[in-house]
Ligand binder design. Structure first.
Ligand SMILES: Cc1ncc(COP(=O)(O)O)c(C=O)c1O
Length: 402
């Protein structure tokens, strides 16, 4: 946090009392509105990270804020030993916007994936099937089971032994997946668009092929839509653009537009796999969090959010491709909707810091991919302002590389 003056001792408290498990967080952000955030010095930034794809409606969206304020004064929490009026309403909205399944609520993406993993194990248990085939370069979370399902060594390093029951195959390679299936295999788990792995969409015929393989070999197909779901790719869930349905799917991040929550949904025909007493979460589906989720779906249905995402996604991609031609530092621009990656020939770290200095927050994915996840409500003038900043950052980076 070298750029930030410690006016009131907050940074000192951070350094002395918070475990430093995150990389350099050089800004103290204190306020947000729409596509903008402000730091403790009053400096404004365009936020094209949206909290790593969390605030898909932008910061402090009026619908979400109003729903939270009303619910906070009415009932914040009840245990799942009782019903609350928001949980079934949100479950119905998720079902209506996806494949009409049954929903379990939890608090994060990792926890949602843990639930899917438990679902698959319970389903396969009586036949001695437990193994889940996962993808190289995938990311599913930081708990022990989701780490074991994550196809990147660097996240697991130092936490061995890995939880057993997971094996990896290359993403977008149907033949490799088919060859990996063995009698103990119960499920296939993948992100329809890999996020942390470099913003890599599944190929159209690949997902269809995986669905067909799972049907032929009696395997569950599980999608992790924690990052690519909730409108990010221009449809409510990314898999809807591929014309395939999973047996189960996880979601989190943008589900509460910043209020911590996660969920997984399984097809209604599997409603007897996880029965009373087999899975639980103290905070899952609390009335406060579900009020936020309901407001998010209302915005999708009534405010043209997904249409805007598709149009702005096309615009941003075109503009980035233009920058690629201009500076010669972009290998490829890829993605779906407003989940966009630009694979660079220069270190992405440099671009991130150069953008930040100019008032734009962006993300990386790996060492070379510039990842852009702006709020889905972003306007053309905000895209133009962000692209101007990336333009300047790329010009400097290209000059430095010469
Ligand atoms: C695809 C995917 N799955 C799971 C997770 C983990 O979510 P959380 O950090 O909420 O546990 C992430 C987080 O980035 C993710 O991108």
């Amino acid at each position: 946090m070298s750029n930030t003056t410690d006016h009131d001792g907050t940074l000192d408290l951070q350094r002395r009392h918070v475990l430093a498990t995150y990389g350099a967080a050089e800004l103290m952000l204190v306020r947000g509105e729409g596509v903008r955030v402000w730091d403790s010095q009053g400096r404004c930034y365009l936020d094209f990270s949206a909290g790593i794809g969390v605030c898909n409606l932008g910061h402090c969206h009026p619908r979400v804020t109003a729903a939270l304020q009303a619910q906070a004064g009415k009932l914040v929490h009840v245990s799942n030993l009782f019903y609350n009026e928001n949980q079934p309403r949100l479950a119905a909205l998720i079902a209506r916007h996806s494949f009409g399944g049954r929903v379990f609520f939890c608090n994060s993406g990792a926890e949602a994936n843990e639930g899917l993993i438990k679902f698959a194990r319970k389903w396969g248990h009586d036949q001695g099937r437990y193994e889940i085939l996962c993808m190289q370069d995938s990311f599913h979370g930081r708990t022990l089971a989701t780490l074991a399902a994550t196809g990147r060594e660097k996240y697991r390093k130092g936490f061995s032994p890995d939880m057993p029951g997971f094996r990896f195959v290359p993403f977008n390679d149907l033949a490799a997946l088919e060859a990996a299936v063995r009698p103990e295999t119960a499920a296939v788990l993948l992100e329809p668009v890999q996020g942390e792995g470099g913003v890599i969409p599944a190929k159209a015929d690949y997902l269809k092929g995986v669905r067909d393989l799972c049907d032929r070999r009696n395997l569950l197909l599980l999608f992790d839509e924690v990052q690519c779901g909730m409108g990010r790719t221009g449809t409510c869930f990314a898999h809807q653009q591929y014309g395939v349905e999973p047996d189960g799917m996880s979601m989190a991040k943008a589900l509460g537009n910043g209020v911590p929550m996660g969920a997984f949904e399984v097809q209604a025909r599997y409603d007897q796999v996880l029965t009373a007493g087999t899975h639980a979460s103290t905070f899952g589906g609390t009335p406060l969090a579900c009020a936020a989720g309901i407001a998010v779906f209302e915005a999708f249905d009534q405010d043209g959010v997904l249409e805007n995402c598709r149009a702005m996604g096309r615009l941003l991609r075109e503009r980035l491709e233009g920058l690629g031609r201009k500076h010669g530092v972009v290998r490829e621009v890829r993605g779906l909707g407003l989940m966009i990656g630009a694979d660079l020939t220069v270190p992405v770290k440099d671009i991130l810091s150069r953008c930040r200095e100019r008032g734009l927050l962006v993300l990386s994915a790996g060492e070379t991919v510039l990842r852009l996840l702006p709020p889905l409500i972003v306007r053309p003038d905000e895209i133009a302002a962000a692209v101007d900043i990336i333009d300047a950052a790329m010009a400097e980076a290209a000059a430095a590389a010469r």
